[in-house]
Design a protein around this ligand. Structure first.
Ligand code: C5P
Length: 405
């Protein structure tokens, strides 16, 4: 298994900042990029300098920050636009203002930022942020259309309360979203043209109007798989029970509550998917009878009869099409892990089962980390040592990629 490397680690990112109120958020983004291990150089437009000083950025990235004055009066021996253009493995502009979009659309290289973009062949990601009426103005729309036609990625601003007091599209997306788009741009798109269905979280089996049976699953492993597959170019659908960690809003989600609802969603989507990852902790039993109101505390004891829920994976394996990859998950006590995992692999007709021990605090339910064993239908076994669930998700996808070859 190849060693895991975070997508942004060691990547050279050019961060362009324009003069909009959202400029005050960009030092936060810069910090995140540095924390991810990226090498970042910053260009501030003249407008950006009116909102925030170069010193703020310089203190964070420990590199000279380039301003408009450096363009015509560069440091000795430096040609800023060509050097920065050649440096960048990706160029990210946030916030991108209407005037910046206009000068880029017309190829007007009077600003250092536009000149640098013209002098580079790195992928360009633009995050416009402005007043809604400006964003919807035909002049801005035309410029965006033109810029997008060159292959630059222009992301629609988010809707919400704007600094001007209005409500509408115009907000800069959250850091998390900007980073996710950047990661997707730089990641190997080895799952493009691939539809991946992932289940995550627990199910809830109702007992009465206010009570249910459930389990401790947080849904983190499934969410990590969905985000990793999305970043690697897959078309992802996440069918999930109640989650304690919210997935990137960029991922298509189908929330469900019960095992029966999850079964219905999975089975209806199954014919269209290439890969199914059943990471959900589906309840094995549900109350046989449910009360429509609230069950009253009248008798000293209460016996609840339980019945089996549908085994989704078993049903899937009888309906699978050739070429589909079906992956199950198993949370087991360490002592029984190998035999239980192999039994389920066979019984459920899987290509791969991902098994993790549940009797350690740092693995399995509710933890941020996991340690898993992959058991393949062809008899192979791989151990993925303790790591954050994001890393484990990436490695599971690597193993699936191998299976598809
Ligand atoms: O049999 P067990 O529940 O331990 O198997 C775990 C695997 O089976 C997981 O991938 C889980 O999502 C799936 N499962 C299922 N339907 C159920 C219960 C579990 O598909 N009713």
């Amino acid at each position: 298994m190849k060693p895991f490397r975070r997508i942004l680690t060691g990547k050279k990112i050019l961060l362009g900042v324009c003069g909009g109120i959202a400029a005050y958020k960009i030092p936060g983004l810069l910090r995140r990029l540095i924390k991810e291990g990226a090498g970042v150089r910053v260009i501030l437009t003249e407008g950006a300098e009116a909102f925030i000083t170069p010193l703020t950025f310089e203190a964070l990235c420990r590199e000279k920050v380039f301003c408009q004055c450096d363009f015509l009066n560069p440091p000795p021996g430096c040609i800023p636009h060509t050097e920065l253009g050649a440096f960048a493995e990706a160029i990210l502009v946030a916030p991108a203002t209407a005037s910046f979009l206009a000068s880029l659309a017309s190829g007007d290289a009077r600003s250092l930022l536009v000149a640098t973009i013209l002098a580079s062949r790195a992928p360009v990601l633009l995050f416009p942020a402005m007043n809604t009426k400006m964003w919807e103005h035909p002049a801005v729309k035309e410029n965006v259309k033109k810029i997008a036609s060159w292959g630059y990625k222009v992301f629609t601003p988010e809707e919400g309360a704007l600094a001007c007091g209005e409500w509408g599209p115009g907000r800069l997306p959250e850091e998390e979203i900007i980073l996710a788009h950047l990661e997707k741009t730089l990641a190997l798109q080895d799952f493009s043209n691939c539809k991946v269905l992932i289940t995550a979280g627990p199910t809830r089996e109702p007992l009465d109007a206010v009570r249910f049976l459930s389990n401790r699953s947080s849904g983190r492993m499934g969410v990590a798989l969905a985000e990793a597959a999305w970043k690697r170019g897959a078309e992802v659908i996440l069918v999930h029970g109640p989650l304690s960690s919210s997935p990137l809003p960029l991922i298509r989600r189908i929330p469900v509550e019960t095992a029966a609802q999850m079964a219905e969603a999975v089975l209806s989507l199954l014919p269209k998917v290439d890969i199914l990852l059943m990471a959900a902790a589906v309840a094995d039993y549900r109350p046989q009878d449910t009360w429509s109101g609230k069950l009253k505390k009248t008798s000293p004891s209460l016996t609840i009869s339980l019945e089996r829920t549908p085994d989704i994976l078993k049903e899937v394996s009888s309906r699978r099409k050739p070429g589909q990859v079906i992956v199950g998950f198993a949370a087991e006590e360490e002592e029984f892990l190998p035999q239980e995992a192999r039994r389920k692999l066979k019984e459920k007709g899987l290509d791969l089962i991902v098994a993790n021990p549940i009797d350690r605090p740092e693995t399995g339910f509710e933890s941020a980390t996991n340690e898993v064993f992959l058991f393949f239908a062809d008899g192979r076994k791989i151990h993925l040592p303790l790591a954050p669930k994001e890393v484990i998700a990436w490695q599971i996808l690597d193993a699936i990629k191998e299976l598809q070859k």
